[in-house]
Write a protein that binds this ligand. Structure first.
Ligand code: FES
Length: 331
C-alpha cells in the first residue's frame, strides 16, 4: 500500500501518515512539538494548520471542528490538526509556533474571531484652517481644548458603536461595523460625522470666550471591504483597517478643501444612506489618478440608529487567562 505523505512547514520535513491517524498525532509521533492546548478536543484551536496543498485529501471537518471554525470565522483552508485525517498527500503550515502566535491567538479567542474581512464605514476627521493652532496658543490651553475635543469625539463615536484606532495629531479615523454581524455601519458613520460637527460647534463657543479662533472640522466618510488587523493582542477589539477603503477616506476628506464643504461621503456611502440623507450637492473630484463622486451630506432624517453591541462583562484578558489556566492545569 502506498502511504500518504504529509509535508510540514516551516519545519520542512515530510512524514508518512496512516489514514486512521490525525495530523496532530502524526506530527507528535514524529517529534514535532505542535501546540495542542486542549489535548485534541477541538476546543482551543491552538493546533490550527493551514492547508497549503491537498485540501481534497483531507477528511471533512467534524461537528466540533465546524462549530469552532464558525465561531472563529476560519476560512476553509484553516483546519484543526487534532481533527483532520488524510487519505492522500498534503502540505501544511503549522500556525502556532511561538509566543507571538500565542499572543495573537489569545486575542482572537477573546474577540471570537480570527478572520478580519469586514465591510466597514470609516470616518476620517481632521481640524483644518488652524494649521498653526498648536503653535500660537498657550500650551495649557492647547491641552485643555484638545482634551475636550478628543473627549467629545470619542463620546460621539462610542454612541454609534464605533471606535478610534488611529489618531495622529489633529487627524482621527473612526471605524464602524467592525464587530461581528455589525449592521447599519454607513448610517451610524454618517450620523456620527454630523454629531462630530455639532460637538465642535459647541466647542467653538467656548473657544470664543477665550478669544481663540474657532476650530474647523472637516470630515470624509467611506464604506467598503477592509482587512482588520489587531494592533494590540491585549485589545483584540481595537483593529486598524487596511485596504482601499482606508487609503481613500482621507482623500475624500481632503476634497472638502476644494469644495468648501464640511462633510463629504463616497458613492458607496451615498447608496446606503440616500433614502435618509439630505444631500446638498454632489461633485466629482480627482483622487490620485482616479475620479470619484463625492456627496455633501447636510443632515440625516429619522431616528438615530440604536446600537446594541453585546459586551462580555468579564474583561477579555481575565477570560483568556482563566481559559489557559484551565487547560494548562489539565496537561
Ligand atoms: S488541540 Fe485544541 S483544538 Fe486541536
Amino acid at each position: 500500500m502506498i502511504m500518504a505523505k504529509i509535508s510540514c512547514f516551516p519545519d520542512k520535513r515530510s512524514f508518512d501518515i496512516e489514514p486512521s491517524e490525525t495530523i496532530l498525532a502524526n506530527l507528535l509521533a514524529n517529534g514535532i512539538e505542535h501546540t495542542h492546548v486542549c489535548g485534541g478536543n477541538a476546543y482551543c484551536s491552538t493546533c490550527r494548520i493551514m492547508i497549503l496543498d491537498g485540501e481534497q485529501n483531507c477528511s471533512a471537518p467534524s461537528a466540533a471542528e465546524r462549530a469552532l471554525a464558525k465561531k472563529l470565522d476560519f476560512p476553509f483552508h484553516i483546519r484543526l490538526a487534532c481533527q483532520t485525517k488524510v487519505t492522500g498527500n498534503v502540505s501544511i503550515r503549522r500556525m502556532v509556533i511561538d509566543d507571538e502566535d500565542i499572543d495573537i491567538l489569545e486575542g482572537q479567542l477573546a474577540s471570537g474571531t480570527a478572520n478580519s474581512d469586514r465591510h466597514v464605514a470609516l470616518v476620517f476627521a481632521t481640524i483644518r484652517g488652524s494649521s498653526n493652532f498648536d503653535e500660537v496658543n498657550f500650551h495649557y490651553d492647547i491641552v485643555y481644548i484638545m482634551n475636550r475635543y478628543y473627549h467629545r469625539i470619542q463620546r460621539v463615536v462610542k454612541q454609534y458603536g464605533g471606535f478610534i484606532p488611529n489618531v495622529m495629531g489633529l487627524k482621527i479615523m473612526a471605524v464602524f461595523g467592525a464587530e461581528k454581524n455589525g449592521t447599519l455601519a454607513a448610517e451610524r458613520a454618517v450620523w456620527a460625522g454630523l454629531d462630530m460637527l455639532e460637538a465642535v460647534k459647541e466647542l467653538n463657543t467656548f473657544l470664543k470666550q477665550l478669544s481663540y479662533d474657532p476650530l474647523h472640522l472637516s470630515i470624509g466618510i467611506n464604506y467598503g471591504k477592509a482587512i482588520l488587523v489587531a494592533i494590540d493582542p491585549e485589545k483584540p477589539d481595537i483593529v486598524t483597517p487596511l485596504g482601499n477603503v482606508a487609503n481613500t477616506v482621507s482623500r475624500i476628506e481632503l476634497a472638502n478643501k476644494e469644495l468648501g464643504s464640511d462633510l463629504l461621503v463616497s458613492e458607496s456611502i451615498y447608496h446606503l444612506v440616500k433614502t435618509s440623507a439630505n444631500i446638498n450637492r454632489f461633485n466629482t473630484v480627482r483622487i490620485g489618478n482616479d475620479e470619484f463622486k463625492v456627496y455633501e451630506v447636510a443632515a440625516m432624517q429619522g431616528d438615530r440608529p440604536k446600537v446594541s453591541i453585546a459586551k462580555e462583562s468579564i474583561p477579555a484578558p481575565t477570560r483568556i487567562m482563566s481559559f489557559f489556566q484551565r487547560f494548562l492545569s489539565k496537561n
